[in-house]
Design a protein around this ligand. Sequence first.
Ligand SMILES: [Zn+2]
Length: 319
Amino acid sequence: MGRYPDIRHVREIKTESLLENNVLFITMCSCRYDTAENANIPTIRKLGELRKAYTHGDYTVSAHKSFFNGRLPVVMDDPKLPFYSEAVSQLWRINSGRPHEADKKRFPIILKENNIIEGYRKLGYKIVGIGGVSQFNHGSILRSYFNKGEFSYYGTDMTEEPLEPRQKEQFPFNHLDNLLKTIHNYDRWFLFINCSETHYPYDIGDGLPDDVLRYFDDIKLKLNLRDNKDEKTNAEINKEKNMDSKLHSLQARALESIDRGIKKLLYNLPHNREILTVICGDHGENFGEIFAGKQRWGHLFPSKEVMEVPLVIGQMYWR
Ligand SMILES: [Zn+2]
């Protein structure tokens, strides 16, 4: 086992050398803020201050298009910190024109291309992507940010995940050896990991409780934008089975599994450069809360629970 890194939080990050940093960018699908707040995630918490941020998209594609455009989820509450709140400074800035002198302070990493992945690629960084949910499957819009050979996809072939338990091999952190082999071969790298554990059905490859599984037959009719006309209301079902808290706890357990995966990764990262680290939910999730007059499940609508995501930014270094 390798050495564990030391961490700088954003107030201590040396912004002038950020462009020399390798990058670890982790998105956790459907992970809403209060899941992170309540889960036992010591590694993620150590990597920077855990803050509630507002994302720019209510589903995977719109959220990631925004991130790859340099717009991370944004913290609106005080205290406002660099990179967490655009009002203070923006970490990644896509600049199609000429950067003004004054911009250089607010935007430590100004990339000339029209997305951050292409920007880092042009600077000579090896791009490594791994995931994830099916929006990163072959031929998808989000995969088009990655060149051939840059992304390893381990999810299902479907355009939308079925509500059935997944296999362990479908999760990126179960492929760490391959990933580490690749980045150890390069001096500079930009590593993007899309975690699917926190996406429904919130399992981590070891099955789901029977009562939750049975409920998925019903949730299929109501998930995301589906509008089931069945008289048996969500509220009745939820009251009966306490499904909101059961599913929310499953998402917390899934996040804890991601946290253990990140810990394993940290022990084995190359030490040649400091590593800029960004971890966030892409969008959140509803577990039966009321939005627009109805109980809602899943995402794809701009409810409070879908728009509030965890955000952690820091810098790893080795003494
Ligand atoms: Zn997502």
